[in-house]
Design a protein. Structure first.
Length: 223
């Protein structure tokens, strides 16, 4: 697995180690408070399609589920408990993004629209982007009813079981959407860790419901 858990309880994508101007991490339930509160931009997450360009520190004033920035020193952060945290970096333009991607976000194609928005805002070419998908609910645990499953016909056209209760692989769905947006699979790192299966390491809304905490993931270009 190309992710390692560091001494602070944060997963780092090893395939990004060579980017010495970048800092990033996927928090766990062991890493409470690992992201600094200052110099960071945060959102009021609403499982929607809004992508916010952060120009400076801000705390949950805006509603949205994806943050992008090219500001040096500024963290963009998101919170998850089963939804997929997806981080992006543009190696050429030195721009970054943090995306909160649950099944609603996947249905809305949020990861792919973030790629397009980075193109509009920063001139990012999809071929120069790297993405990393952190821990989230796995296909082992993500059972859904037909009302949710049927929303995934476009992304899983080969499946004949989306009209009934079944399981979904959100990570695979994001991979396919990113591929369509021009980000090759080989440039997407995946943790492949299920938050519901591992209660010691991860918060999980499906497992713990209203008692579930949230894990913080973030990324920034260093000063
Ligand atoms: Zn699982």
């Amino acid at each position: 697995m190309p992710f390692r858990l560091d001494e602070r309880g944060v997963y780092r994508c090893e395939e990004w180690d060579h980017l010495d101007w970048l800092e990033h991490g996927f928090g766990t339930r062991l890493s409470e408070g690992w992201l600094p509160e200052g110099e960071s931009a945060d959102l009021k997450q609403v499982h929607g399609a809004a992508i916010i360009r952060a120009g400076g520190p801000a705390s949950r004033f805006c509603e949205g589920d994806a943050l992008i920035t090219d500001c040096q020193g500024l963290w963009v952060r998101i919170r998850t408990a089963d939804c997929l945290p997806v981080l992006f970096v543009d190696e050429r333009r030195r721009a970054v993004a943090a995306v909160h991607c649950g099944w609603r976000g996947v249905r809305l194609g949020l990861a792919a629209t973030t790629v397009r928005r980075m193109g509009e805002e920063f001139g990012s070419a999809p071929a120069h982007l790297l993405a990393a998908i952190g821990p989230g609910i796995g296909p082992c645990c993500f059972a859904v009813g037909p009302e949710v499953a049927s929303e995934f016909r476009e992304v899983f056209p080969e499946r004949g079981d989306l009209d009934r209760t079944t399981t979904l692989n959100l990570e695979e769905a994001v991979l396919r959407q990113l591929e369509q947006a021009g980000v090759a699979r080989t440039r997407v790192s995946r943790a492949g860790l299920c938050t519901r299966c591992d209660g010691e390491r991860f918060h999980s809304f499906r497992r713990d419901r209203e008692f579930a905490g949230r894990m913080e993931s973030g990324i920034r270009v260093k000063r």
